[in-house]
Design a protein around this ligand. Structure first.
Ligand code: DGI
Ligand code: FE
Ligand code: FE
Length: 206
């Protein structure tokens, strides 16, 4: 792998300015969380920096860039869940454009939007670091931030509640991995705790 500065240069070339500013904040948040939870800080920084690198791409753009091995499953994601293409399709783009092969980084990027059951520490860190970026302007951010320093699983559960609630309230379809993430962390957390988190999130969203 290259050093941090060369990845920042590559990211600056490939990511439009406002998105780059968000990506740098997610990288910094990710690094801080990794430090706190004793995970690899460099991997967290890099995953945060590139997590949205495939935003505003499409199967057409991939083909133009010479990325031809797009699976049918990915094409279906582009059609049925356009918001999720940029995360699910990112590993292909990152391997092709940046030659990053580190599987834990690729997975953290892939799952940053939906989450999933049984995530690695880095996957949870990037899922959370992305959500708590102030650009999102969600009322739940400060509470989720608080949870993230106490317990990654509680923060992950809180985000899944917030995401599903918001999707339902705006009549959007819910991806099976979004639900898988919710159910996994629902079961993981003590019932009294999940009830408390859920009511805090819903109160804050209403
Ligand atoms: O890329 P960002 O804007 O930084 O944030 P993100 O990757 O978390 O994407 C957020 C968007 O993804 C938001 O509009 C909600 C959407 N999303 C997350 N889970 C699902 C979903 N959209 C649908 N339709 N279904 C999902 O399960
Ligand atoms: Fe994203
Ligand atoms: Fe993001």
């Amino acid at each position: 792998m290259k050093n941090k500065n060369s990845y920042i240069d590559i990211a600056t070339d490939l990511i439009p300015a406002p998105r780059l500013a968000h990506s740098k904040r997610v990288a910094e948040n990710g690094k801080e969380l990794a430090m706190h939870w004793k995970d690899n800080e460099d991997n967290a920084y890099l995953a945060g920096l590139i997590h949205d690198i495939a935003k505003n791409t499409s199967p057409e753009i991939y083909k133009k860039k010479g990325i031809t091995n797009i699976s049918k499953t990915l094409l279906a994601v582009f059609k049925d869940f356009p918001c999720l293409w940029h995360s699910f399709a990112a590993p292909l783009y990152i391997q092709h454009m940046l030659n990053i092969k580190n599987r834990s980084i690729l997975k953290a990027v892939k799952w940053h939007t939906t989450g999933r059951g049984n995530m690695s520490k880095l996957e949870k860190i990037i899922y959370i670091a992305d959500y708590i970026d102030p650009c999102r302007k969600i009322s739940t951010i400060s509470y989720v931030k608080e949870l993230a320093w106490e317990d990654l699983n509680s923060a992950t559960f809180a985000i899944s509640v917030s995401t599903i609630y918001t999707l339902l309230a705006t009549n959007r379809n819910i991806h099976p991995f979004t639900i898988q993430c919710h159910n996994y962390y629902y079961k993981f957390i003590e019932k009294k705790r999940s009830k408390e988190i859920c009511s805090r999130i819903l109160k804050s969203l209403n």
